[in-house]
Design a binder for this molecule. Structure first.
Ligand SMILES: [Zn+2]
Length: 279
């Protein structure tokens, strides 16, 4: 499931290919994904010029001439495919296709259809119902230990669950929360209300470094953010704890006393952590 760094990488790829271009053709192959598509989506996209992009949490916004923004969410399985325009060759599960004036084609593929596409006035992006309640952007200067402490002060849920709450901080998912908690040496089971103060001072930079490293990895491992098969974004990334149950973590490589990275289930999802160094 794409999280902030994957969405950022996909968005950079879209920006590189689409910014400044005009959409000459837009085709929606079904009326809905997770929610209904705007009835006039094809009409509003066709002929519009792409002015720029913005990311908010796990959402992408593509700003168009005419004052509208397209709000895109990749859901669980959404992917963006980029390639030269070609006639009548639909890709399975490709629900939306855009063709540009310079002969490129972007397809939104989403087999499980948890993704979403909507239109919102650019001046009112943040009032859209899916964006209005999002918490702070973790990579913004305004995301400080004080801000995070205030959000966690009265939460009795485990810190793992609290960080997955998009109202506390936007854009984190299961993988990056595990990685950030490892980096901050904080147990995923610790109650969120015990984090404010010095632990939040460790957690904020841990979240930011984890995300920045992943975004950098995406940028450096892909040429123009495109994979050889035309898929935008995503990348192989070496996790420190995620998916590494039983392995020694990098902090305790040759300690026989360390039983290795442990896996637990929290909020119906797998949590990976080092029980020796995360407290
Ligand atoms: Zn360890």
């Amino acid at each position: 499931m794409p999280e902030l760094p994957e969405v950022e990488t996909v968005m950079r790829g879209l920006r590189q290919r689409l910014e400044g271009r005009t959409i000459v053709r837009a085709v929606a192959h079904r009326p809905d994904l997770r929610w209904p598509l705007p009835a006039d989506l094809e009409k509003r996209l066709s002929g519009a010029r792409v002015l720029g992009f913005r990311r908010r949490g796990k959402y992408m916004l593509m700003r168009l001439s005419g004052g509208a923004s397209v709000l895109l969410h990749l859901g669980m399985s959404g992917r963006m495919l980029l390639g030269p325009a070609r006639p009548n060759a639909p890709t399975p599960h490709e629900h939306l296709v855009l063709e540009t004036d310079d002969g490129w084609r972007v397809g939104f593929v989403d087999p499980r259809r948890f993704g979403s596409v909507d239109l919102v006035p650019t001046r009112e992006e943040d009032k859209h119902r899916l964006l209005a309640e999002l918490g702070p952007e973790p990579l913004d200067d305004g995301f400080t230990a004080r801000l995070l402490s205030a959000a966690l002060a009265r939460k009795r849920t485990p810190i793992k669950a609290a960080l997955l709450d998009q109202k506390v901080v936007a854009g984190l998912g299961n993988i990056y929360v595990c990685e950030a908690l490892f980096r901050a040496r904080l147990s995923p089971h610790r109650s969120a209300h015990t984090i404010p103060g010095s632990r939040a001072e460790r957690l904020v930079p841990a979240i930011q470094e984890t995300l920045r490293e992943a975004i950098d990895a995406g940028g450096s491992s892909l040429r123009d953010y495109v994979q050889p098969d035309g898929e935008l974004g995503y990348f192989q990334h070496a996790w420190k704890v995620y998916g590494r149950e039983g392995e020694a973590c990098e902090r305790c490589p040759d300690r026989p006393a360390c039983a290795g990275i442990r896996r637990a289930t929290q909020s119906a999802r797998s949590t990976f952590y080092c029980p020796r160094t995360q407290r």
